[in-house]
Design a protein around this ligand. Sequence first.
Ligand code: PAF
Length: 282
Amino acid sequence: MIIAVTVDDVRRQVKEWKKEGLSVGLVPTMGALHEGHASLVDSSVKVCDRTVASVFVNPTQFSKGEDLDSYPRTFDRDCEILEEHGCDMVFAPTVDVMYPEGFGAEIQITTGIVNRLCGASRPGHFKGVCTVVGKLFNIVSPDSAFFGEKDAQQLAVIRKMVKDLNFDVNVVGCPTVRESDGLAKSSRNSYLNEEERRASGVLYKSMTLARECIDTGKLQAAEVAEIMRETIEGEPIAEIDYIEIVDGSTLEPVETIKNGDLVALAVYIGNTRLIDNFTVSL
Ligand code: PAF
């Protein structure tokens, strides 16, 4: 596996591959890789001739007071996982490579899609995500890029950016990978102590109850959200950031639940903010 740290190195290699007629997949990550990331690499390897993964903890998507400094950094182990799963090149730039002195560009989506859900509690987050993902698209020129459905809003925002700015990239959403109790795999799960890890099962429990209600015909969004709220409030160390039921593409709230809607939540377990979601299938 090639380890590239400069933009030129990545571009040179990708040009070689394209000259040979090979397709290229990109898996953008912030490292601290787990089975969720590995499944993105697997998806890319399955459909693309060559796979590039980026490992870059992007400072512009963290707000003041968030966990930029403490975000787990496990680069050697990340490389082992990437290689085991058939990744061909890892791009691991420094902050100076991505944001050199004088850097002054940003990509900002201006519709409501960035203001709801996580955008409401993390202002500026999606501007940072779009800017870095736009840069990665321009550096790697992938045919396809792979993102986890766990970050459903991120996926919707990136799809919008690609559509509105005509990026020539096929965006592929990949299913959430879960622990045995249903907790979605996340790099931030490593922050949880034993008690918090136990309590974090409440997210999946509330989603399972919501799914059961919907399956039995309870389609009033407020009612379903209330059942989720009561479940989570039953866990003393859980604090709800949001529970929302929204249209799957616009992320606008819905009153009556329909096929394709997104049931999404963010919950603090101690100091750790966890997110999860499922798409309604009627
Ligand atoms: O999902 C992530 O890990 C990040 O938001 C991404 C897409 C790699 C951009 O930094």
